[in-house]
Design a protein around this ligand. Structure first.
Ligand code: URA
Length: 204
């Protein structure tokens, strides 16, 4: 197990939080995952993107959104004129959940208990980074960020005030786009995702 040790990180810093999360055993997912995939980005990022949970490639590399969903996200945000290096990118759940099938590891959606346990880390990331705009990608991120059970399609594409300082913007998850089999529907949904990213760029 690759557990990064950051012994001297001062308390209350992202580095200290990352080190604590690296040895997290708050839920059983840590037992089968390779490592904790913590959020990444500037400590003072104004915008935080929240996904669901690391996938196979993220689990291996230890970094969020580096696999196929991350490549699509990178491409669409770049087209919208958003610089990823200015974003804090993280996930609702910090460990990869999967079912082994032969040599492959098939992604499994985290359940609400896992999302709730892992909110500990998401809440601390938000408390430290203090983003003014939080982007929820997909239903899991939406559930992690809001207690109310809102349906994604009802709040998608809108800037919602969380309080007088923070705005939530809800969009779909890039993995959803990658899974759409019908090419025409896929193109339509991709266009909507691009529009959402353009709206986010204007809110930044
Ligand atoms: N999907 C996610 O939700 N997060 C990642 O980091 C990768 C894929």
């Amino acid at each position: 197990r690759n557990i990064p040790v950051v012994p001297e990180a001062p308390a209350g810093t992202l580095e200290a939080l990352r080190a604590d999360a690296a040895v997290c055993t708050r839920c059983p997912l840590h037992a089968t995952a390779t490592q904790t995939v913590f959020g990444e980005g500037p400590r003072d990022a104004e915008v935080m993107f929240v996904g669901e949970q690391p996938g196979d490639q993220e689990d291996i590399s230890g970094r969020p959104f580096v696999g196929p969903a991350g490549r699509l996200l990178d491409q669409v945000i770049a087209e919208a004129g958003i610089d990823r290096s200015r974003l804090y990118v993280t996930n609702a759940v910090k460990h990869f959940k999967y079912e082994p099938r032969g040599k492959r590891r098939i992604h499994q959606k985290p359940n609400m208990g896992e999302v709730k346990h892992c909110r500990w880390w998401l809440d601390l990331e938000m408390a430290l980074v203090k983003p003014k705009l939080i982007v929820a990608m997909g239903a899991t991120a939406l559930a992690a960020l809001t207690d109310a059970k809102q349906r994604l399609q009802d709040v998608r594409g809108k800037a919602i005030a969380i309080d007088d300082r923070r705005t939530l913007f809800v969009t779909v998850h890039p993995s959803y786009l990658l899974r759409i089999p019908d090419e025409r529907l896929k193109a339509e949904e991709l266009a909507r995702f691009r529009e959402d990213m353009a709206k986010i760029q204007r809110l930044m």
